[in-house]
Design a protein around this ligand. Structure first.
Ligand code: 4BW
Length: 146
């Protein structure tokens, strides 16, 4: 049975838990894979959002997607990095949240995704909600109950 306290958390709007877009490492669709690999390596994140010039969410990109695209039969073909575009290798199928969604939907989705992109009513990327933030909130509520 869901307690009143837990329901309060589940019904909470996600907007207070978002890492805002200016703090989120991202690449632009159209960027080449060399630039994207630099961003991924320098930031240390395993996966980051891909946005268009209008800040609309286009996909997700990981280091693995890039390295797989330059795997030759006997060697890694680094020279291809500059020719490959982010759009060609990214994952287009992205789980995302709307800014008006509640914690309940975030909790459902975060089981299979380390982070969730958040978009506003116009479809503009506003930030991400991470597994870390969700777990922290869950922990806070669990301790409050005891
Ligand atoms: O640079 C980091 N700083 C801090 N404070 N923690 C980090 C950093 N890099 C990794 N971590 C930790 C976090 O707990 O390792 C976890 C897994 O990182 P990931 O997936 O595999 O790179 C982090 O867990 P999280 O905070 O719940 O974040 C989940 C995922 O969300 C990350 C990354 O893909 C994405 N992400 C988080 N903050 C981001 C970001 N992507 C772009 N920009 C950001 N600011």
């Amino acid at each position: 049975m869901i307690s009143t306290n837990n329901r309060a958390l589940l019904d909470m709007p996600i907007k207070d838990f978002i890492i805002s877009s200016e703090k989120v490492a991202h690449v632009q669709s159209g960027n080449n894979a060399e630039h994207a690999l630099l961003v991924l390596t320098k930031t240390g994140y395993s996966s980051i959002p891909v946005l268009d010039v209008k800040y609309r969410l286009k996909g997700l990109l990981s280091t693995k997607m890039i390295t797989e695209s330059i795997l030759g039969l006997e060697r890694i073909e680094y020279e291809k990095l500059a020719e490959i575009r982010v759009d060609d290798v990214m994952n287009h199928d992205v789980a995302y949240l709307k800014i008006t969604d509640t914690f309940r939907r975030a909790l459902d989705l975060v089981i299979n995704h380390a982070f969730l992109c958040v978009i506003d009513e116009e479809g503009t990327f506003v930030g991400i909600m991470t597994r870390r933030i969700i777990l922290k909130q869950l922990k806070k509520y669990m301790y409050q109950q005891n």
